[in-house]
Design a protein around this ligand. Structure first.
Ligand code: SAH
Ligand code: SF4
Length: 426
């Protein structure tokens, strides 16, 4: 029985058979320093810590038996003292000629999450990770929020989604987006630990600028993140430029309204020198009018006065504390809008706008010199796109979606389905 888990999941307290209390340590989720300290507690040399990191992260070992350069007696001891969290693939579906794959993964306690892998023509290999089982934020257009929050994932459970995709596909993942199930900043410690491990040279060595964290807009946590001064890409889910409308779509807006959220976004730019992206799900007739686009454009324009981004700086490094503001206040527009035509969620009444409406919205923003892109749709028909991930089961994972709107005819209509059992290829 699990009686205690620290916020990142590295340490767990359990009651072992016979009633004895024991602490179980998860090596996956530990930093190099922690692995070295753990090795020396076992009376082993420090370099064992690096060996363990190598097995757990780039090699993606799922058991101590695989760690063949450690002696059998040490492996037996490790197995007694610690564990290595590994997720299990329950099933997968793929589309876009196999370039988008949605995985249903099982956690140790039996809960399931979804992870999406996308290969792009420009060579990017991107994984969309979940950070919670479900979500407690209740955005009215999102599938994940429907059943509420079960629990946050541990750092190991977050990072293992990437490790498992690498093992299953044989590809090297180049980008990670925290846009799957859950609100990453509501699970702050575990998420930040995962960010650091994904980026660490002894971890998965993914450049900090290739990691994108999307938040619903938890202002205190955005400020806390800014103070970490990472080169992480931040995306803020705005979806409406006025409080009256955002209050309805994103309930958390009642706590941290638009003005406070935009100010936190601007401060993130100031502190990190990174451009901030605003996501805007387009819901036909609700938030997609040219008038709202104009309001949004004006708002972002006024908020960005005197605020631009600093493109220089190597990947993975934070900006040194004390950098002068004038270094930051140079360069192109600090904000960017990413429009996401709503992906249909079964049972919801919203509609995805037709292309002409999307173009009219784009044009209003362009007239105000706000950089804007429309998100390329991937995996819509296997419900693998943003906001379509929800608690599901093997039986329902590949269930057909309602017919797409008329302007979506270009999308491939059939998803290829592959269901595989449990074990990863190594
Ligand atoms: N909780 C975080 C990250 C996960 S959601 C957040 O809200 O930002 C990732 C993105 O998908 C968010 O911008 C979210 O608003 C968007 N999204 C949710 N449901 C969607 C849907 N049905 N269609 C398109 N985008 C959706
Ligand atoms: Fe949670 Fe993000 Fe969905 Fe809102 S959009 S319910 S914050 S996952």
């Amino acid at each position: 029985m699990l009686v205690y888990r620290d916020r990142t999941g590295v340490f767990e307290g359990r009651v072992a058979p016979g009633g004895r209390a024991e602490v179980v340590i998860d090596l996956k989720g530990m930093t190099l320093g922690e692995l070295e300290a753990f090795a020396s507690q076992l009376g082993e040399p420090l370099y064992r810590g690096r060996q363990l990191a190598h097995w757990v992260y780039p090699r993606g070992a799922t058991s101590f038996d695989e760690m063949t350069d450690l002696s059998a007696s040490l492996r037996a001891r490790l197995a007694h003292e610690a564990q290595v969290t590994s997720l299990t693939r329950v099933s997968e579906v793929s589309t876009d000629a196999g370039d988008t794959i949605k995985y249903l993964l099982r956690l140790a306690d039996g809960a399931t999450i979804e992870t999406v892998y996308m290969r792009y023509k420009d060579g990017r290999h991107s994984v969309c990770v979940s950070t919670q089982v479900g979500c407690g934020m209740g955005c009215t257009f999102c599938a994940t929020g429907l059943a509420g929050l079960t629990r946050g994932l541990t750092a190991a459970e977050i990072i293992d989604q990437v490790i498992l995709v690498q093992r299953l596909t044989g590809d090297r993942v180049s980008n990670v987006v925290f846009m799957g199930m859950g609100e990453p900043l509501a699970n702050y410690e575990a998420t930040l630990r995962a960010v650091r491990l994904l980026n660490a040279p002894y971890g998965l060595s993914i450049g900090m600028r290739h990691l994108t964290l999307s938040t619903v807009g938890l202002v205190p946590q955005i400020r806390r993140l800014a103070a970490e001064r990472l080169q992480l890409t931040l995306a803020i889910s705005l979806h409406a430029p006025t409080d009256a409308l955002r209050d309805q779509l994103v309930p958390i807006n009642r706590r941290w309204p638009v003005a406070q959220l935009l100010q936190a976004g601007a401060d993130y730019v100031l502190q990190t020198g990174r451009r901030v992206s605003f996501e805007y799900v387009l819901l036909e007739g609700i938030n997609d009018t040219p008038a709202l686009a104009a309001t949004l454009g004006d708002l972002l324009q006024s908020q960005s006065v005197g605020l631009t981004i600093r493109e220089a700086g190597s990947e993975g490094e934070g900006i040194p504390v004390g950098i002068s503001q004038t270094d930051i206040l140079r360069g192109p527009n600090p904000f960017h809008v990413n429009l996401i035509p709503w992906n249909p969620v079964y049972g919801m009444q919203y509609r995805r706008p037709a292309r002409a409406r999307v173009e009219a919205f784009v044009s209003e923003l362009r007239q105000r010199a706000v950089p804007v892109t429309v998100r390329l749709e991937r995996g819509v028909e296997i419900a693998a796109a943003c906001g379509q991930l929800q608690r599901t089961t093997e039986a329902t994972m590949a269930a057909p979606l309602p017919a797409p709107p008329a302007d979506e005819k270009a999308l491939p209509q059939r998803a290829r389905k592959r269901v595989g059992e449990g074990k990863a290829k190594s």
